[in-house]
Design a protein around this ligand. Sequence first.
Ligand code: Q46
Ligand code: ZN
Length: 332
Amino acid sequence: MKCKKCGGKAVLELRRHNAAFCADDFRAFFRHHAVETVRRWRMFTRDEPVLVAVSGGKDSLALWDVLIAEGYRTAGLYIDLGIGAYSRESKAKCEAFAAEHAAPLHLVAVAELVGAAIPEVRAATRRPTCSACGLSKRYIMNRTALERGFSVVATGHNLDDEAATLLGSTLRWDASALARQTPVLEATHPKLVRRVKPLFRLSERETAAYAFLSGIDYIVEECPYARGATSITHKEILNRLEDASPGSKASFFLNYLDRARGLFQAREVVELRACVRCGQTTTGEVCAFCKLGDQVRRTARPSEPVPADRGDAPELRGLISDLQAAAEIHAP
Ligand code: Q46
Ligand code: ZN
């Protein structure tokens, strides 16, 4: 297999692009794709300070790496969820990455703002862990960006994440979720910042390959609460489609953006106002995040132990695991 660019030995084949690349040319291809997405979708300019939400995983650290290499003005934001060893390790990865690149990193703990870490929130509210966690992350990203002078937050969502979310929303015909799914969520209120996903056209396998070939040290373990999530099943189904017909994942999501998204957005008119308690946006009087904090304080119970990592073999984890992607790359 030869590199499409230089004719040297290829280390990675991209079937949907009908191409293969050597390590250097693949990294250049990946960076070009991300930067073109930022430019074409008007996500941010080179003068605008961007807060990059990093979890310690491959996607968000690959995104930060690309933006630093391409000369954007970035700072990282690590949200400490307080999920035992998983959070300790992922935080250490982000701190090490920031130190290595001499880049600023903002740290905010969920426990500081909600009054408890995610395992305690889970015990206190009995609502799905990922729903409370997702709500907290979105709130903290927006509020931190506003308070610290960033007009835009970038997240590391890749094509597989977006296609799986779209499949989930479509299976439920959740019109509001469909209307909200976009790579650029504009700031439609003075208390909102723009939220963007520069890697949305790059697959999980491509992101894993970029992180591996760039020598990025990221956390391979997934969050213990991710286990059994329906989004993993949706990713598996999409991977089977992709195997049978390369390009299906991209076609599913990108054609949604082109052809169907507008139909859902046109129907979705939401009036936002400031939460009477914290000033962040809400459709009611008090925002969902403040209500979550109330609930935690009212019903605080001792937390259940964080599920231990069962050490599943990578192929059992459901996703095209990072290790599989890394293993198929013949190190240069
Ligand atoms: S939402 Fe759920 Fe994630 Fe929060 S509890 Fe873990 S899996 S980290 S992307
Ligand atoms: Zn509030």
